[in-house]
Design a protein around this ligand. Structure first.
Ligand code: HEM
Length: 288
């Protein structure tokens, strides 16, 4: 137990939980980043519903959404931290874990503000279907991310999180890592998007792109790109940002820090005490 509000103590325990020798590439970091993103990425600016406030993934309607498959691992990694620092809300813990993981994996420092509260029931959950579908293309990315209030540059910057982690056939139906060092935050994703010869992967699973890493041996794991990743170099407005971020790591780091901070604040409005009451959130209109 720590003093309520001692976020530094929580940050330390998040760092301690990152190393997971038996899990994936040895780190819980990537899946924690995905948890923070999926908690936030349900936001709709038109109805002002969804977002990280409330921690709706604790309920089956959101947590059991196939789009969130695998994120139970992230929530389980964080459970001992919630038990130890019981004063922190899940909504704060999940977003804080994302920013702490990014920095610990060599990424930028990202501004994070506390104050989110947790839903007490499942009456305010966003509907399923708000998270992106990796099988689709640029128009779908715009449809999903404009709904949250992001522009084309921000879509490309956010996608750079695919420098981290991997796809799991049993979670999403896709398979493999995007880069050689999936637990190290970098701009390698953009470089590889532009540099490698991406070909449709020959397998029975979902359509995805595959390429050999530069200098890889025959038994080295292939790298991958989702159709939505590949869309970033096919689209005339996205592609220049891929090129900029491939050439300029510092620009990517600073734009990523801004856009991730914006993502985890979507729909989080605090009162004068600094608390964002989840029970004051709007109900999703029935036509949505
Ligand atoms: C993993 C889709 C955007 C962070 C994945 C996976 C898919 C996916 C299919 C594999 C899940 C699995 O099988 O375990 C997409 C699509 C996006 C998108 C279609 C639309 C642009 C983002 C954004 C972020 C992000 C905005 C964060 C800012 C991650 C991370 C992983 C991941 C870190 C690796 C998770 C792990 O290793 O377990 N994404 N994603 N993604 N995504 Fe995305």
């Amino acid at each position: 137990m720590s003093q309520p509000g001692d976020f530094d103590a929580v940050r330390k325990d998040i760092i301690a939980v990152l190393k997971q020798p038996k899990y994936d590439d040895g780190s819980a970091g990537p899946v924690l980043v995905r948890l923070a993103w999926h908690a936030s990425g349900t936001y709709c600016k038109e109805t002002d519903t969804g977002g990280s406030n409330g921690a709706g993934m604790r309920y089956e309607a959101e947590g059991g959404d196939p789009a969130n498959a695998g994120l139970q691992h992230a929530r389980v990694f964080l459970e001992p931290i919630k038990e130890k620092h019981s004063w922190i809300t899940y909504a704060d813990l999940w977003t804080l874990a994302g920013v702490v993981a990014i920095q610990a994996m060599g990424g930028p420092e990202i501004q994070w503000k506390p104050g989110r509260t947790d839903f007490v029931d499942d009456s305010l959950l966003p509907p399923r279907g708000r998270l992106p579908d990796a099988a689709q293309a640029a128009d779908h990315l715009r449809h999903i991310f404009y709904r949250m209030g992001f522009n084309d540059q921000e879509i490309v910057a956010l996608s750079g999180a695919h420098n981290l982690g991997r796809c799991h056939a049993d979670r999403s139906g896709f398979e493999g890592p995007w880069v050689n060092s999936p637990t190290r935050f970098s701009n390698q994703y953009y470089k590889l998007l532009l540099k490698l010869q991406w070909k449709p992967k020959k397998w029975d699973g979902n359509f995805q792109y595959a390429a050999k890493a530069p200098g890889a041996d025959d038994d080295d794991e292939e790298l991958m790109m989702l159709p939505t990743d590949y869309a970033l170099i096919q689209d005339d407005k996205f592609r220049p940002w891929v090129q900029k971020y491939a050439e300029d790591r510092d620009l990517f780091f600073s734009d990523f820090a801004k856009v991730f901070a914006k993502l985890i604040e979507l729909g989080v409005y605090r009162d004068e005490t600094g608390i964002a009451r989840a029970d004051k959130m709007k109900k999703v209109p029935s036509e949505y």
